[in-house]
Design a protein around this ligand. Structure first.
Ligand code: CP
Length: 313
């Protein structure tokens, strides 16, 4: 079993229930991962994913190896038949096989480059490891998805009385840097599995991949979208159509308490205060961001538990 995208979840409500039960007894399965090793390979920076996945593995009794592959590993080649006389030093075929001898699970973070859409959508790092590793692979945020974050968000929603067809709004926010679409994509895919009124709001030109947002309600008037919202998930992403470009930094899209109304505020973190969201929101009781970060551990722990169990059978 791999955990590469939200589509690897069979019944989301069952996964959420099981994660909440793990949260109550995090050490209950501490024998499950005994004598097993997870390798966490980071091609990009992280705080939450790195520490929560490590904590999750330790709660299951696993050994953890962490490698900042982006800065410490050899530059990998992914193409078949390349004459490797340029910048790349090691082929994914060898690297994935070698790491599979050291680790029982390999977890990978490799962001979108935001230059070449086709290359990013091919998910060459994740796909390369999937093809050539002989152990299960976990996506710790790839070019197009962040399924550990989306599972976390489903857990957090459930813990806040996510019942009776609530209204959930995913709102774009300004940001000085071009950011990937992965968090927004996985959140949309997770919400498509929920019984909720779901609205996406963003300025024109910030449409996400239409193959992901198909059938979603999209409202370009943020104020209208936010009317009577129960949960507001705020996230920046760069343009998908004009791939990787910043089309707007309109500060009017920043989330404020006035706009939030009575809704709960969600964000995956890290977040730029007073650019994406005002201090008054993050410092209010309506903010769920610290709880979301805590739930990263139990989302990761559930995924690792399921992988370990599937390999026992
Ligand atoms: N939300 C999230 O993935 O945080 P990090 O980038 O710090 O891991």
């Amino acid at each position: 079993m791999n955990y590469l995208s939200i589509n690897d979840i069979d019944v989301l409500s069952n996964w959420v229930k099981e994660a909440i039960s793990l949260k109550k007894q995090p050490k209950k399965f501490k024998e499950l991962g005994k004598d097993k090793t997870i390798g966490l390979l980071f091609f990009n920076n992280s705080l939450r994913t790195r520490l929560s996945t490590q904590k999750a593995a330790m709660n299951l009794g696993m050994e953890v190896i962490v490698m900042n592959f982006g800065s410490e590993g050899w530059a990998l080649e992914y193409a078949d038949g390349t004459v490797m006389d340029q910048g790349t030093s090691e082929h994914i075929k060898e690297a994935a096989h070698v790491i599979s001898q050291y680790c029982d699970i390999i977890a990978i973070r490799a962001f979108a480059g935001l230059v070449d859409k086709e290359l990013d959508e091919a998910e060459q790092v994740l796909s390369g490891f999937k093809e050539y590793a002989s152990v299960p692979i976990v996506n710790m945020e790839s070019s197009v998805g962040h399924p550990l974050q989306a599972l976390t968000d489903a857990i957090t929603l459930e813990e806040h009385n996510f019942k009776n067809n609530p209204k959930v709004v995913l709102s774009w926010a300004p940001h000085p840097k071009a950011l990937p679409h992965a968090v927004a994509n996985s959140f949309v895919q997770m919400m498509q599995k929920q019984n909720a009124e779901f609205v996406i709001t963003h300025p024109k030109g910030y449409e996400l991949d239409p193959s992901i947002t198909k059938d979603c309600t999209i409202e370009h008037d943020q104020e209208k979208a936010l009317e009577n919202a129960d949960f507001v998930y705020v996230k920046n992403w760069s343009s998908y159509t004009n791939y990787g470009q910043i089309k707007s930094q309109d500060t009017n899209w920043q989330m404020t308490l006035k706009k939030l109304g009575k809704a709960k505020f969600m964000h995956c973190l890290p977040v730029r205060r007073n650019v994406v969201v005002a201090d008054e929101v993050l410092d209010s009781d309506q903010s769920l961001v610290i709880e979301q970060a805590n739930n990263r551990t139990y989302a990761a722990q559930l995924v690792l538990k399921k992988i370990l169990e599937s390999n026992e059978n």
